[in-house]
Structures are given as C-alpha cells and as structure tokens.
Design a protein. Structure first.
Length: 447
C-alpha cells in the first residue's frame, strides 16, 4: 500500500507529488500531465498570470518557469504574457525532472478500504494507498447556465471543451461571459473568420491594465505591491498569505471568493475584442431552443425582455463551481460524508485535509478555505508544501488517533535519491554556465 496517491497531474498534482517524493513518501501519480492546458484550451491563448507567478513547485525551487525558458532560449519576462503552449511544455518538463513517474491512466473511482483508500483506474486496475490527494483541476466543475441545459452538445459547449476552434470557421457563434476565457475565445474566433458576439450580464466589460514595471520607486511599490494576483495590498494578501485568509470568518471568506478578482479581460486582448467582436451587455439568456438547426436565444435584461436572435453554436465561458457533488469519482459513501459550506464546497483543514481522514484536496476545491490564489497556478507552491505536511501527519495517526512512526524508505533508496539529486544539481549548474540565454531571475516565488 502506497503512502500517497495523487489523482491529477496538472500544476497542483505535479507540485504535490514533487514535494511528497522529496519528503521520502512512497507516492503514485495518476493522470495525463497538464491535460487541461494541452486538451482544453484553444491554440493561441496566453496565460493571464505573470510568468513569475506561474511556477510549479519542487522542494528545491530548481524547476521554475524562468529556468525552463532560459534553457530553451525563451522569454519569461514581467509584463509579457506566456503562451499556453509554452506553459504546457514547461509542465511536461517539470514532470520529467521533478516528479516520480506519472501513470497516465485516469482514476475512475476512489473508495475507502481497510487502512486507507482503493482507487480503480480506467482500465480496471486497482491501486491502494493510505492517503489520497485529489488534484483534479477544474474540468469536473464546469458551470453552464441553466437555460442551456436542455440543448445537445452539438449546439452548446463550455469554453474548456475546446482545444481547436476550427470547426466554427465561417459560422455564427455566441460566447457567454465577461471574463478572460470568454473574451479571448471571442477574439480567436473573430480572427479566424467566425462571426461572433459576446453576451454578458455585466453592464460593462472590465479590463486589466498593463502591469507597472517590476522595478519602480519605493513609494509606488509600498502603495501597491506586486503579487501573483496583481498589484495592491488586498491582492498581495490573497496571493501571499493564504494561511491567513483561512483564519477569516467563513462568511467573510465566502464574500471575498464571490467578489474578488471578478471577470475581466487582459490588457493585451482588449483591442482584439473591441475592433472585431459584437458585444451585448446587461443581458443573459432567458430561454434557448433549437429551430431549424440553429439555436434561438431569447435574452432578458434589467429592463425586461431583450433581443431574440439565432446562432449556430453557444460557448458558455461561465466558469466553474467546485461543489462536492461534482466529485463523481468519489465513492458515494465518502463523498456524502464530506463537510461542506453553504455553497456546497468541501471543507479543507489548515493542511488541506477534508473532513474524511486521509483524503486531501487541492486547487479550486479549496478556494473557499484558502482564497482566490487557489484558482490560479499561484496557489500551487503553498498547497504542495502544506498538504504534504498534512499527509505526513495523517500517516503518523494510528487507528484511534495514536501517533505511530511514519513509513520511510530504505537507507539504500534514500542514498540513491540523494546521489541522483547531487548529479542533477551538477547538470543544472553546468547548463546554467554553458547556456548564454540563461540569466538569474530577479524575483523569487513566495511560498
């Protein structure tokens, strides 16, 4: 029986696995590495986060995005967006160098068993572990407006369902939403010749401004410090002190999670939208039906009924809602026992353990506990180190809460791992010396 089974191989899952291996735990990782970024985002998209806020996390801090880009002659500069393709390639590089072998099979179910948990993969194999970390990303939690639920997938989809937008060339598409996913999807559609409109409930679109220079006068930095979630002290708190965020009253946390860092487009996509995309604001879909092979949308606004129009396809860029009920891979007995908040989001302890002993949570599921940073890659370093400490504590718990020695690997395995680490450090230093594109980054990710 393994010490830890990590379900999911995105930024959070890979970071957790790296820290677990570094702590000497017997860890198994399941999932297709960086699947959300490789399979669920159209080509041509960029990360909204700064490069220095987009690091996966290993215990030694040796495998950041800047290091990957320097090795490949790529740029990872403040204020310059990184493409999704580059970030996905970085994640694969991180998986090869900082994580135990990833098993690309998907986990179909997780249930409790004597001494821990039993997972069944999509090919029917069984794996057992004393603890489990669910790092399943956002795809299980897609949110589509209720008015569209009755339409077939031929006519409605979520923005995360598309790796390729070519199927919509020459067609009419309506994108619902006012956030980055909606606006960038609309821009890409327009640029390939699709007639596209954005339909949003907000009365105006919000746009992020160009970030201030990394180096600036001290009084400007003191007034609005940089953080992985943007400038300003509130964003700095959400970004750099998620443990402190968790100590806030539950009602306060819920209010912040519902309102902070709301829908907005990146500065570099604004002109692409405003010059090419029709925008219908202050309206939402009231009813939707299929008429003669097209979707007829009836809209409503604050003043009453709105325009009625037809479109070939609707893309709902309406975000994600991480409720425990959407964790379909969990056995019902385990899932229904999870403590949840008023929004049906699962509870997470100070070390990311759910209310079910030995079951740990990561990523979007923990935003209501640790704040907005958990909706971004920015939250992965804090999560990985804190969660692995929680796993170690869980492994020391006996059947009645009695502390027992944690399982450890043999001395030979530890010596081998140490030797491999020294060899890799040597290769890394040689690469830095020999690679003219490398320069030491002027910033460090806070953990």
């Amino acid at each position: 029986m393994h010490d830890l089974l990590v379900v999911g191989a995105g930024p959070y899952g890979l970071s957790i696995a790296s820290h677990a291996a570094g702590a000497g735990l017997d860890v198994r990782v399941f999932g297709r590495p960086m699947a959300s970024w490789r399979d669920h985002m159209p080509r041509g998209m960029f990360l909204k986060s700064e490069p220095w806020a987009s690091n996966l996390s290993d215990p030694g801090g040796r495998y950041g995005l800047a290091e990957y880009c320097a090795r490949g002659g790529l740029r990872a500069e403040h204020g310059e967006p990184v493409s999704v393709e580059t970030f996905a390639s970085y994640g694969l590089w991180f998986a090869r160098h900082a994580v135990p072998d990833v098993d690309e099979r998907m986990v179909a179910s997780v249930a409790a068993c004597p001494g821990g948990f039993e997972a069944v993969t999509d090919d029917g194999r069984t794996v057992r572990a004393r603890t489990v970390a669910l790092a399943v990303g956002v795809i299980p939690f897609v949110e589509i407006p209720a008015a569209l639920h009755r339409l077939d997938t031929e006519y409605v989809s979520h923005s995360s369902h598309h790796r390729d937008l070519d199927r919509f060339r020459g067609k009419d598409v309506t994108v619902i939403g006012a956030g980055q996913a909606a606006l960038e999807t609309a821009a890409l559609l327009a640029e390939q010749g699709t007639r596209v409109r954005v339909l949003a409930r907000s009365h105006e679109l919000s746009w992020n401004t160009v970030p201030p220079a990394w180096k600036r006068p001290w009084w400007e930095a003191a007034r609005a410090p940089h953080s992985g979630l943007g400038c300003g002290w509130r964003n700095w708190f959400y970004s750099e002190v998620p443990g402190g965020f968790r100590r806030l009253p539950e009602a306060t946390r819920a209010r912040i999670c519902a309102s902070a860092l709301g829908p907005a487009g990146a500065w570099w996509v604004r002109e692409r939208v405003e010059s090419r995309v029709e925008v219908l604001l202050d309206h939402e879909v009231a009813t939707a039906s299929v008429v003669a092979g097209r979707v007829r949308l009836a809209t409503a606004g604050r003043a009453g009924s709105g325009p009625v129009f037809e479109t070939d396809h609707v893309i709902a860029a309406t975000g994600f809602r991480a409720t425990s009920g959407r964790l379909g891979l969990l056995d019902p007995e385990v899932r229904e026992s999870l403590a949840v908040n008023a929004a049906e989001e699962p509870y997470a302890s100070a070390e990311f353990e759910s209310s079910y002993p030995g079951l740990f949570l990561a990523g979007l599921m923990t935003a209501s506990s640790f704040g907005p940073a958990m909706r971004f890659v920015q939250g992965a370093p804090f999560t990985a180190s804190r969660l692995v400490r929680g796993v170690q504590r869980s492994l020391r718990r006996g059947p009645n809460g009695v502390t027992v020695p944690a399982p450890t690997r043999s001395d030979a395995e530890r010596d081998s791992r140490a030797e491999n680490s020294r060899a890799e450090n040597s290769r890394t230093e040689n690469s830095r010396t020999e690679n003219p594109a490398y320069r030491e980054p002027a910033y460090r990710q806070l953990e």
